[in-house]
Design a protein around this ligand. Structure first.
Ligand code: UDP
Ligand code: MN
Length: 277
């Protein structure tokens, strides 16, 4: 199936879009949508979801007014699917910096590209389901395709790679078709899935400030970069804040606490009151 199935019509020409393929990411997405609403945005919050999500797991998203759009994983070849299966990918390109949760299926990541099929919107901002908005990000709807922040969480060398947890896009079926073709080329192996692919498809990606995609490891690895007043989106790459417990939970406790507060329906505390690393 190549189309998308929307339950409700769009209410804005702009949308924040996320992806959920199972119950765990649906939980993450609910915290994300809550956080976006707290920023006062009038843009739609679209959740692309697959058949892997039970209807009841979408209820919190419905209650928050998210626009739910049913979609499918991409129609990739058997060779592509085999190369990007969790075991094969973790074997060929091991993760040495952090742990991916058991509910993370690398192949599912590529379904992000479906957002280019949301042509009812003139501009969209994709945000991973394991992130929360800390401040309003609507300015990004005026930014061109393709903007993303660098994958900074360890050292200066990180500035040359992008992170695909937050990016700007202009939906277009033509772009989607061109991507689908480039993605599943014979022998293709995208070691960090959609992230490696998007950096290759948009080699001249425009860099957003790191604050639009502040990665949780910056908290302990590069604390001098941490500045609540500037942070727009906080992204829990690797271990997720709802994993209980995880190996870095103690080090990241203040960030996990903030995520939990938003998930529970709390407000965003005054930024100057938040702890510093
Ligand atoms: N995702 C999903 N199901 C999966 C894997 C990923 O729904 O099995 C979506 C979800 O929106 C998630 C994003 O793709 O936030 C990217 O995965 P993740 O955030 O776990 O990767 P990381 O940020 O740790 O690299
Ligand atoms: Mn993520």
């Amino acid at each position: 199936m190549s189309g998308l199935l929307a339950g409700t019509p769009p209410l804005s020409e702009h949308a924040y879009v996320t992806l959920v393929t199972n119950a765990d990411y649906a939980r993450g997405a609910a915290a994300l949508v809550r956080s976006l609403r707290l920023t006062g945005t009038q843009a739609d919050c679209v959740v692309l979801f697959t058949g892997g999500v039970a209807d009841a797991d979408l209820d919190p998203l419905r209650a928050l007014g998210a626009r739910l759009v049913r979609t499918d994983l991409l129609e990739t070849s058997e060779a592509f699917n085999a190369a990007h299966a969790r075991k094969a990918l973790h074997g060929a390109a091991p993760f040495t910096k952090g742990e991916k949760p058991s509910f993370h299926t690398p192949l599912d990541n590529f379904a992000k590209l479906r957002l280019w099929q949301l042509t009812e919107y003139s501009a969209v901002v994709f945000i991973d389901a394991d992130a929360i908005a800390v401040q309003n990000c609507d300015k990004l709807f005026g930014y061109p395709e393709f903007c993303a922040a660098p994958n900074v969480y360890e050292s200066l060398a990180d500035f040359g790679r992008m992170n695909s947890g937050v990016f700007t896009a202009r939906p277009s079926e033509a772009t989607f078709a061109a991507m689908a073709e480039a993605l599943d080329a014979p022998g293709a192996f995208w070691r960090r899935t959609d992230q490696t692919f998007l950096q290759s498809f948009f080699p001249d990606w425009h860099g957003l400030p790191v604050y639009y995609n502040m990665l949780q490891y910056v908290w302990f690895a590069m604390p001098e970069l941490w500045d609540w007043a500037q942070i727009r989106i906080l992204h829990f790459q690797y271990e997720k804040p709802w994993q209980d417990p995880h190996p870095k939970a103690r080090e990241l406790a203040p960030l996990i606490g903030l995520w939990q507060r938003i998930e529970a329906g709390g407000d965003m505390p005054p930024l100057e009151s938040l702890p510093r690393p």
